[in-house]
Design a protein around this ligand. Structure first.
Ligand SMILES: *[C@@H]1O[C@H](CO)[C@@H](O)[C@H](O)[C@H]1NC(C)=O
Ligand SMILES: *[C@@H]1O[C@H](CO)[C@@H](O)[C@H](O)[C@H]1NC(C)=O
Ligand SMILES: *[C@@H]1O[C@H](CO)[C@@H](O)[C@H](O)[C@H]1NC(C)=O
Ligand SMILES: *[C@@H]1O[C@H](CO)[C@@H](O)[C@H](O)[C@H]1NC(C)=O
Ligand SMILES: [Fe+2]
Length: 468
């Protein structure tokens, strides 16, 4: 398979068939891919699968994962679980250039119960004052049983620093999830950090939200997230609200297991926060926390957006779970109330790209906004807007619930491309004006771009980049 689906002949067929079905109005609408993935059940990998293997040895650290630990990229949060006893809280680390100078950071250990499940000992340790653009080795565990990993810090924050983000959503732990992760790892574009748009383990699809599946998920993704940070967003499968079994504190497993540096951006909860990384300013929002006027998230975002200095971080990226623009018959309009609250701000502050998951398929929008409505004027249609972001829905990691393959027809004009396949994407920032974006379908070779475009920065180069 190559990426030539946009060839004019296919376009003609699509347009002609749309014309036959509907009126002239839709002829400049977007493209629904002609690639149709076979409808198959997605099957969760069984507990004895290789990807869930428990590292050998008494109390061996497992489920190792890292994320950014401060606002600028000079700190890393290292997290891991020990199964039998708390063990050491210490991370030993050193830079590749100076392996004599070993340093130590001390973290904290947490446990939690969920119905009849008791967690292992969950360690979180923040390593601070790292050098930019440096490879570090780190070790977790006790003297008898240590495990060693490494990561590379990002370059210093600056407007023309190239940086490559991977984008993954709604991953779960099926055979398809494993293929998505493998495609991301083997993509020759070499993502340096992952923007994860929510829905991690899908443990809640098991009886009593069997939290063993939170453990297996973390062992499965360790092979990537122990070596590069994943930037976390909370999805609906992180809520784990189960009053029928006495579990009434939302997000309990997620917040115990996944720490993020929310205080560094003056946030008061881990569900919304921001980081700078290289030339990008990343704002993470929560579709499942209050976002109406006067709420903590609203107040935070209102103060946050004006802080973004595009001379320092040209690329303004927003992550959330529930998409605002979605033309599938799944979760249709679930993001609408948040869109109504915040879309005018996104246009005012010229957000470059909004990434969401939730819908288990892929979709890319045009640059559009729908902010003119005022109860009386009837102006409630999306219109082209060069100050608006492009919206990407990428909830197609491969989870147990399977693909969303039922689309609204005809395809709305705001929808540039849509396809019900599993995959991941890459946002490859070149400089302050240009970023190469590509979406990679799981059924293709590792280098194939099934959908791609150049993004032109909305602050430095606000030129129309759409194909029409
Ligand atoms: C929890 O309870 C379920 C049934 O309610 C049972 O199948 C499972 O084995 C129990 N797990 C533990 C760890 O006790
Ligand atoms: C998952 O993918 C890896 C890498 O491609 C492979 O080695 C492993 O066997 C796969 N596991 C399963 C259960 O599919
Ligand atoms: C924005 O960033 C640039 C480059 O770092 C800096 O020179 C400028 O002072 C900053 N502006 C504000 C308002 O902080
Ligand atoms: C920015 O990157 C693009 C794509 O690589 C390139 O064409 C352009 O010349 C670069 N701009 C500058 C100022 O280097
Ligand atoms: Fe979801």
């Amino acid at each position: 398979m190559d990426s030539s689906y946009s060839s004019s002949s296919i376009c003609c067929i699509v347009i002609v068939s749309i014309l036959l079905l509907d009126s002239l109005l839709v002829c400049n609408g977007g493209k629904t891919s002609i690639y149709v993935r076979k409808a198959e059940k997605t099957v969760e990998m069984p507990l004895h699968s290789d990807v869930f293997r428990i590292p050998a040895g008494y109390n061996a650290p497992q489920q190792v994962h890292i994320t950014q630990g401060d606002h600028e990229g000079k700190a890393v949060i290292v997290s891991w679980v020990t199964p039998d006893e708390p063990g050491s809280n210490t991370v030993v680390y050193w830079s590749e250039e100076n392996c004599e100078a070993k340093k130590k950071a001390v973290g904290k250990v947490y446990t939690y119960k969920f119905y009849n499940y008791t967690s292992g000992f969950i360690h979180h340790c923040t390593i601070r004052n790292l050098e930019y653009d440096t490879k570090y080795y780190y070790v977790v565990g006790d003297r008898k049983l240590m495990r060693k990993f490494w990561f590379t810090t990002p370059p210093a924050v600056g407007p023309d620093v190239p940086y490559t983000f991977g984008i993954i959503g709604d991953l779960g732990q099926t055979y398809d999830s494993n293929i998505t992760l493998t495609h991301y790892e083997r993509n020759p574009k070499n993502g340096q950090a992952v923007l994860f748009v929510g829905d991690l383990s899908y443990a809640d699809n098991h009886p009593n939200h069997d939290n063993v599946r939170w453990d297996t998920w973390a062992r499965f993704v360790e092979r990537s997230v122990a070596y590069q940070p994943w930037i976390w967003t909370a999805g609906n499968h992180e809520i784990d609200f189960a009053p029928e079994i006495g579990e009434t504190k939302p997000f309990k497993p997620y917040t115990r297991r996944y720490h993020v540096p929310y205080r560094a951006s003056q946030s008061t909860a881990s569900f919304w926060y921001s980081i700078k990384r290289a030339s990008a300013y990343i704002i993470v929002l929560s579709s499942y926390s209050a976002y109406g006027k006067y709420t903590p998230q609203y107040q935070w975002l209102e103060q946050e957006l004006p802080k973004v200095n595009r001379s320092e971080t040209p690329w303004l990226i927003v992550l959330m779970h529930s998409p605002w623009y979605n033309s599938y018959n799944y979760h249709y309009m679930e993001g609408e109330t948040m869109r109504v609250m915040y879309e005018p701000w996104f246009v005012e502050h010229k957000v470059d790209i909004v990434l969401a998951g939730h819908v288990h398929a892929y979709e890319r929008s045009e640059r559009i906004s729908n902010i003119a409505y005022n109860i009386e004027n009837g102006k409630c249609r999306p219109v082209k807007d060069q100050s608006a972001p492009i919206y990407i829905t990428i909830g197609d990691g491969g989870n147990i619930e399977g693909l969303a393959n039922d689309m609204t027809e005809p395809q709305p004009e705001y929808s540039a491309y849509r396809e019900a396949s599993f995959g991941h994407a890459i946002f490859d920032i070149k400089n302050r004006t240009h970023a190469r974006y590509s979406w990679h379908r799981n059924h293709d070779g590792y280098a194939v771009e099934a959908d791609s475009m150049w993004f032109f920065n909305r602050f430095w180069h606000p030129v129309d980049e759409s194909s029409q």
